[in-house]
Design a protein around this ligand. Structure first.
Ligand code: HEM
Length: 538
């Protein structure tokens, strides 16, 4: 790739620069006192005990002792990069978001991740990949916190602790560290059959990407877009890699995991530093905002469902180029905090119950992970829009707020906080009618179809992709100690496709069960196959 015309400077992106923490030519204490020696502690004579009064020794060790923060409870292992998003203007009719207006350039930071492994785990394991993008727009930060798989395991955020507990290492032995704990994972997905769709994507080649640069990304949920006239549409976000979608083979993934556990982060950094800037197109599928919130019979609030691209084309709306590696992994990649509620005017949420729970979870976990409520002041998290909030004090407060009246309106510190004209750039809560309905702990009946789209995915695969899927199920289920779990998962496979079920059952040395539901009648979607994937639009 040709180098881009505009590489944002560290100061522009708020990235920490050497000047922030390393000023002047002399080594000093944290308080700026110059040091003569940082290699020997202060002792009562060369052979004597170390003196408690050695402030430099204590400062150096104390700070070191506190260098680690909790790793993310999920997506702990990741790699990030800075870049620029350029809008085509093709979304102007459906959203008022300023950063999507033609020709606008917006700084971004992207963090790719695996979900289940800890910070030090291998990059090439079979897992879902996170694809989280922070757009530093001048109307406030927009975080598109997506994955490389367009559906999710569960339909309601209240199940998130359960699925993650099932996928993380067993609490007694902490095995396996980097891949899903086999018995508990397969126990969960065979008992919660809404997880079968995400699971078949994991068992396909999508579960072992060749590179972050060759992954698609998906916002998963349906969002509501609103234009200047207040008209709304429903939309799903897609990232399409310029290099196409490519995966490793299972054998490659296993070997590389041992030889170079940093394979994906190395690939990302090496590509950027060589000037081969990774690129994606952002696209949207657009649906009419009807009261039913369905399209072609598909419930748009169900995060276990896709809308096949043959039914709703992905329309390109802009281009992302990653052109700068982080200066400091901890400061940027580790401290970045994404949140679905970071929305600019023109993009709003829907009632997808998974999305709604996520709106709570991210800030909540970041309060612990980043040590209190002021983490938006950390350089990587600072908006590139003027901030004038009424949030005060708290741990690690860096702002020195002026004035005496941190409430609005007030008659002491100034006038109207919402001058006319600001409305143009203000966030709009779309005034969607909220249904008058009894409170229930229940899903809509349309969430109950757990197999049609899994079969759709299976039938859309090429022969070699099918072969890989069969081998992946056979290998992963073969790791389960409990035969009842294997049998229950085989039942789900029978409900997806008899051939798939028979082949895996043969591999496991178990009988293939008969389907318990009629096989859904679906039309394959060629766009789901990695083979022959053509993108971007030009
Ligand atoms: C982290 C995606 C569902 C809770 C992440 C990250 C991504 C992601 C990409 C990593 C962010 C980073 O790089 O820092 C998704 C997607 C979901 C989903 C696409 C479904 C469509 C959920 C749900 C919950 C949840 C349902 C909780 C109810 C979390 C938490 C983190 C996280 C707690 C760690 C955040 C941090 O420590 O900063 N998720 N997630 N996620 N997710 Fe999700």
């Amino acid at each position: 790739g040709a180098p881009q015309t505009r590489t944002p400077t560290g100061a522009e992106t708020g990235a920490p620069t050497i000047a922030n923490g390393q000023q002047g030519a002399y080594l000093t204490t944290a308080n700026g006192a110059r040091l003569r020696d940082t290699d020997h502690s202060l002792k009562a004579g060369p052979r004597g005990p170390v003196l408690l009064q050695d402030h430099h020794l204590r400062e150096k060790i104390t700070h070191f002792d506190h260098e680690r923060i909790p790793e993310r409870v999920v997506h702990a292992r990741g790699a990030g990069a800075h870049g620029v998003f350029t809008a085509y203007g093709t979304a102007e009719a459906v959203t008022r978001a300023g950063f999507l207006k033609k020709g606008r350039e917006t700084d971004v930071f992207v963090r790719f991740s695996t979900v289940l492994g800890s910070r030090g785990s291998a990059d090439t394991v079979r897992d879902t990949r996170g694809f989280a993008t922070k757009f530093y727009t001048d109307e406030g930060t927009f975080d598109l916190v997506g994955n490389n798989i367009p559906v999710f395991f569960i339909q309601d955020a209240i199940k998130f602790p359960d699925i993650i507990h099932a996928g993380k290492p067993h609490p007694d032995r902490e095995i396996p560290q980097a891949q899903s704990a086999h018995d508990t994972f397969w126990d969960f997905v065979s008992l919660h059959t809404e997880a079968q769709h995400h699971t078949i994507w994991n068992m396909s080649d999508r579960g072992i990407p060749r590179s972050y640069r060759t992954m698609e990304g998906f916002g998963v949920h349906t969002f509501r877009l609103v234009n200047e006239a207040g008209e709304t549409v429903l939309a799903k976000f897609h990232w399409k890699p310029k290099l196409g979608v490519h995966s490793l083979t299972w054998e490659e993934a296993q070997l590389i995991g041992g030889i170079d556990p940093d394979f994906h982060r190395r690939d990302l950094y090496d590509a950027i530093e060589a000037g081969a800037y990774p690129e994606w197109e952002l696209g949207i599928q657009v649906f009419p905002d009807t009261p039913e919130e369905t399209f072609a019979g598909i419930d748009l609030l169900d995060p276990t469902k896709i809308v096949p691209e043959e039914l709703a084309e992905v329309q390109p709306i802009g281009r992302l180029v990653l052109n700068r590696t982080p200066t400091n992994f901890f400061a940027e990649t580790e401290q970045v905090a994404f949140h679905l509620g970071h929305l600019p005017p023109g993009i709003d949420v829907t009632n997808d119950p998974l999305l709604q729970g996520r709106l709570f979870s991210y800030v909540d976990t970041q309060l612990t992970r980043l040590g209190g409520p002021n983490f938006t002041q950390i350089p990587i998290n600072r908006p590139h829009a003027a901030v004038n909030d009424m949030l005060r004090d708290g741990f690690h407060q860096h702002a020195v707020h002026a004035g005496v009246a941190p409430y609005r309106p007030n008659s002491l510190d100034g006038g109207n906080p919402f001058p006319a004209g600001d409305a143009e750039h203000a966030f709009v809560d779309v005034p969607v009618t909220v249904a008058q309905a009894p409170k229930v702990r229940a899903n809509p009946a349309s969430f109950d179809d757990h197999y049609s789209q899994v079969r759709l995915f299976w039938l859309s695969m090429s022969p070699v992709e099918k072969e890989h899927i069969i081998r992946a199920y056979t290998f992963e289920l073969g790791k389960c100690y409990h035969q009842t779990i294997k049998e229950r998962q085989l039942q789900s496979l029978a409900n997806i496709d008899p051939v798939l079920c028979e082949q895996v059952a043969t591999g496991l040395g178990l009988p293939a069960p008969q389907p318990t539901v009629p096989l859904p009648d679906v039309t394959p979607s060629p766009a789901l196959s990695q083979v022959g994937r053509e993108w971007p639009s030009d």
